[in-house]
Design a protein around this ligand. Structure first.
Ligand code: DGY
Length: 429
């Protein structure tokens, strides 16, 4: 079980640095060779946190490259296919978005403004930072505006998501019910992920069939936002996205103040306020967390996952809710060997090594630790950090870690694990 009173060896900074250098493809960083050979949005944002302590211009370039792939409507796609690669499926031909830089047609948790604010605070060359901020701020603002305009056209205060891949937590048990009613494709395809990673650590085929149906659905309907909003067979409120968007919005306002940029700030403040008022609808006083929500059935998705405590990170919980979530996390940490598992181990759907159904993800543990510290739960923040450091020092810089054994899972030499180690695990809580 997670211990507190023992030595936690330091992370290997040189090894973490070498991983980012090895995954650098010239202006953008791939998550890991083979399994993920392109630029993924939230991976790239987190990776910037690692670059900032290695070489500041390279950190800013990471963001600049990603936002070069921004769509005219403001969205930032979850994958930019800068170059061809046979080692990944589905590629740009399946997505069919026809953008100048070939891309997917969904987004990912919008953590950019948060990581950019951390980059700004950590950097030494503030004039380089301001120069980059001035170029990035209109793009970041357009991205946040896209979320509210296209994903919450009714101004409910809670943006929606159309694909489990958009949550970044692909096969979380939280999505089992809403994804279960999506038809599967009948065309034949070859998964490439299983050529890199043990099938026990990846999603099952029926899930992939449905993921691909959704990809076809967007393409077949010309990526028409209104049509997709009205007809997409999968439409959920993802507490992870809502919380990350909220924190990033707050950080974006601060970045605007720093760089003297005013366009859109007032409107963004209104959106943040709306979310603050709406979030209580998702609170479960019985389970002490905020549940994801199926917008098709109108039902709460009552699975306790790491997304359901991310409102701590988003600053969206009141004092009582924060206390209840801190108690939940305290109990949860005691129930696994290492760190906070992506699904609570008491769930019958928990699997300690299968992607988002149980494993420990270091960047999510970082977010929850930050949120816990913000609400004054510094002992919990320290426990999360120690446990995360133990995963990395014992097993290496893996994509995720088996929550029951601490063994590394998924892709090895993984950029966001290395970056989080450089930015977070190499420092005191
Ligand atoms: C994958 O291919 O596993 C990704 O999570 C989709 O972005």
């Amino acid at each position: 079980m997670n211990e507190t009173a023992r030595e936690h060896p330091p992370v290997d900074i040189d090894a973490a640095t070498a991983i980012l250098r090895q995954n650098d493809r010239g202006g953008y960083t791939i998550p890991t060779d083979g399994l993920y050979p392109f630029q993924w949005s939230w991976d790239s944002a987190i990776t910037g946190l690692g670059w900032i302590s290695i070489y500041e211009p390279r950190a800013w370039q990471e963001a600049e490259t990603m936002f070069r792939g921004q769509w005219d409507n403001g969205t930032v796609p979850h994958i930019l296919f800068h170059k061809g690669a046979e080692s990944y499926f589905p590629g740009p031909d399946v997505w069919g978005s026809g953008t100048k830089i070939p891309s997917s047609a969904i987004s990912q948790p919008p953590v950019w403004a948060t990581t950019i604010r951390f980059m700004y605070e950590a950097c030494r060359d503030k004039s380089l930072a301001i120069e980059n901020l001035r170029a990035l701020l209109p793009k970041l603002m357009a991205y946040h505006e896209w979320w509210y305009r296209e994903r919450d056209p009714g101004n409910t205060g809670l943006v929606c998501s159309y694909h489990p891949w958009e949550s970044g937590m692909d096969n979380s048990p939280a999505w089992d019910k809403p994804l279960g009613v999506v038809p599967g494709v009948s065309w034949v395809y070859k998964r490439r992920d299983l050529g890199h990673v043990d099938a026990e650590q990846r999603p099952h085929k029926p899930e992939y069939d449905r993921y691909l149906y959704l990809v076809d659905f967007y393409k077949d309907h010309g990526f028409d936002s209104q049509y997709i909003y009205d007809n997409c067979p999968y439409k959920v409120i993802d507490v992870g996205i809502v919380s990350i968007l909220q924190r990033a919005g707050t950080d974006l306002i601060e970045l605007c103040r720093i760089a003297d940029y005013e366009d859109g700030v007032e409107e963004l403040q209104t959106e943040l306020e709306r979310t603050r008022s709406a979030i209580s609808k998702l609170w479960s006083s019985e389970r002490c967390c905020f549940f994801n929500h199926d917008l098709i059935t109108g039902q709460a998705l009552d699975e306790v996952t790491t997304a359901t405590v991310l409102p701590l990170f988003g600053g969206l919980a009141d004092k009582e809710q924060a206390a209840a979530m801190a108690a939940l996390i305290d109990e949860w940490l005691g129930a696994t060997k290492v760190g906070l598992s992506s699904t609570h181990p008491s769930s019958p759907r928990y699997e300690s090594q299968r992607y988002w159904r149980g494993p420990v993800w270091i960047h999510i543990n970082w977010m929850i630790a930050l949120g816990a510290a913000d609400y004054g739960y510094s002992a919990i923040a320290r426990r999360l950090q120690d446990a995360a450091r133990d995963c990395v020092t014992a097993a290496g810089f893996w994509e995720y870690f088996d929550a029951d054994t601490g063994d590394g899972c998924g892709g090895d030499n993984f950029s966001w694990t290395a970056a989080t180690a450089l930015f977070w695990l190499s420092k005191p809580a």
